[in-house]
Design a protein around this ligand. Sequence first.
Ligand code: HEM
Ligand SMILES: *[C@@H]1O[C@H](CO)[C@@H](O)[C@H](O)[C@H]1NC(C)=O
Ligand SMILES: *[C@@H]1O[C@H](CO)[C@@H](O)[C@H](O)[C@H]1NC(C)=O
Ligand SMILES: *[C@@H]1O[C@H](CO)[C@@H](O)[C@H](O)[C@H]1NC(C)=O
Length: 367
Amino acid sequence: MQIKTFHFMKNLNKNISFLSYKYLGSSLILLQSTPRKLRAFCAKLKMAANNLCSLLVGTILVIAAIHFNGINALSSNYYDQTCPMAESAVTNAVKKAMLNDRTVPAALLRMQFHDCFIRGCDGSVLLNSTTNNQAEKDGPPNISLHAFYVIDNAKKALEAMCPGTVSCADIVALAARDAVVLSGGPNWAVPKGRKDGRVSKASETRQLPAPTSNISQLQQSFSQRGLSMEDLVALSGGHTLGFAHCSSFQNRIHNFATTQDVDPSLHQSFATSLRSVCPMHNTVRQAGANLDSTPTIFDNRYYKLLLEGKSIFTSDQALLTNPTTKTLVEKFGNSRDEFEKAFVESMIKMSSIGGGQEVRLNCRVVN
Ligand code: HEM
Ligand SMILES: *[C@@H]1O[C@H](CO)[C@@H](O)[C@H](O)[C@H]1NC(C)=O
Ligand SMILES: *[C@@H]1O[C@H](CO)[C@@H](O)[C@H](O)[C@H]1NC(C)=O
Ligand SMILES: *[C@@H]1O[C@H](CO)[C@@H](O)[C@H](O)[C@H]1NC(C)=O
């Protein structure tokens, strides 16, 4: 059997971390070994204490199994040894940016959604276009994407502290969590260890769900990424923060259908006010509407307004067209606590969609 050296650093549980192992033999062969084969292997090594050898090999097997299963597994203590200040550096960058611009949290939350839905959470949304490639951020649904500088500032601080260690994709995940917390929403431990991708294509942003989507299109888009109807309803609650441009909900307020100019599911005076801000031939580029009446506070107001016909997108309204999702909207509208619990669970799920392979040094360019 060929002698191989295998180093790896892997967070094993909450407390044991930073293990570096060297072991004999091909781990794949070891993984398939039966106890009989193990004894033979130990005998071959001519170790006096055969039992001790079995124990040793057994331990290696368990570790190898964890390693192979969890090759891309994330963990909340991923940077505890390599960059203990990672989280506070990101939080500082988010806080600082928020002081000057209250729209930053909404931007960061949406950034994570766009990142994870295209090629997994791999920081592909951060890459700049190049002469030969139009990147995601220059794709058609980029209209509200901004605040990339916050990620750059966090990355700069992190490169000074622990170079080449913290992925841009992890920074996006941490910044999204901070955005929620700093807007009065729930806190949670962010699993980390994502890698950054090397590809970003504007054309792929077509795979994002559209604001005009109906419930089956939304369900399909989410289930393709391993996300359920409950995830769909909980994550749509992200629309408790931020703003939409007229073009994103124009379909509901002008020429909705051949017989109805306005979506009849919209509350009448609410529709009137949207139409006054967004006339048919709108020329004000920045015109639009807040996604709920408290657009900088992370609360469950979005669901309450949705039940009153005061949602912004067709995709929001669609959540009331299916009994399962409608029941969830009512539940989250009635209980901020239930919403927050579900939102955290679904954010962790969404932000675990795998993707990249490197730790970028500059979030805007591949290594
Ligand atoms: C269910 C499918 C979804 C659709 C169709 C959708 C669509 C949109 C659209 C069209 C905008 C406005 C863009 C503009 O006009 O400026 C927007 C804004 C926003 N979305 Fe979603 N979204 C979805 C899910 C999510 C999820 C899962 C999150 C995060 C958990 C999220 C968070 C946000 C936030 C925070 C904003 C406001 C951004 C800002 O003000 O800068 N959305 N969304
Ligand atoms: C990426 O693009 C932005 C905006 O176009 C530009 O300001 C920045 O210098 C670019 N960064 C890199 C590293 O190419
Ligand atoms: C969105 O894409 C357009 C080109 O399609 C580009 O001019 C614009 O700068 C992009 N916006 C952002 C925020 O990257
Ligand atoms: C949703 O839209 C698609 C495409 O237009 C259509 O085929 C489907 O029947 C619609 N589903 C519902 C529930 O309206």
